[in-house]
Design a binder for this molecule. Sequence first.
Ligand code: GSH
Length: 216
Amino acid sequence: MTDTPPEYSPPEVWVWNKPSGGSFANINRPIAGPTHENELPVGRHPLQLYSLGTPNGVKVTIMLEELLARGHKGAEYDAWLIKIGDGDQFGSGFVAVNPNSKIPALMDRSGPKPIRVFETGAILMFLAEKFGEFLPTEVSARAECLSWLFWQMGSAPYLGGGFGHFYAYAPIKIEYAIDRFAMETERQLDVLDRRLAESEYIAGPAYTIADIAIFP
Ligand SMILES: N[C@@H](CCC(=O)N[C@@H](CS)C(=O)NCC(=O)O)C(=O)O
């Protein structure tokens, strides 16, 4: 590693007075809420998916396709592209579906009152319970499935946001940050390797929403 970061003393109270630099600087800001008015499109199917083909986005698409493959017609959906590089996630319509401005987000319009669901773990559980698929009901199998689902939710975004950011996107290469996140990335992959050496699927003998969350 040849680049060294410039001298920097952290302030006692951090304030946002300049863009952070690097890739995605245009969408990084320390406040939530919409930046502009924009209604979301609504199609003709029961489920409306607002998403993009990132690892998080793909989780829900896999789930919907698996449900359709098992014959659940109620899982028909319209998929609408949210271009996060262009800031679509900060449009008023999207923020109303996910106040955290992250894809994917789902609207279930099959009932009398639309239901919004955000966070992929919540979306996968919602769909699993709605259609009675991919989430065991027996108490110990369910506990194992949810443990791995939440392991994914708690580990992967941290690594994607940490390792990916410092390795690829940050405007300077910081050896300490890259080493720290690379080490944790490898440790988490070792958790996965060891589990899959002893179990056919991540949560046991059956394919579940935990596999769907972890695969991408
Ligand atoms: N914990 C969230 C993570 C979602 C997430 O990080 N989405 C990213 C794309 S993979 C995003 O929308 N980023 C836009 C932004 O940060 O402004 C989930 O599981 O749904």
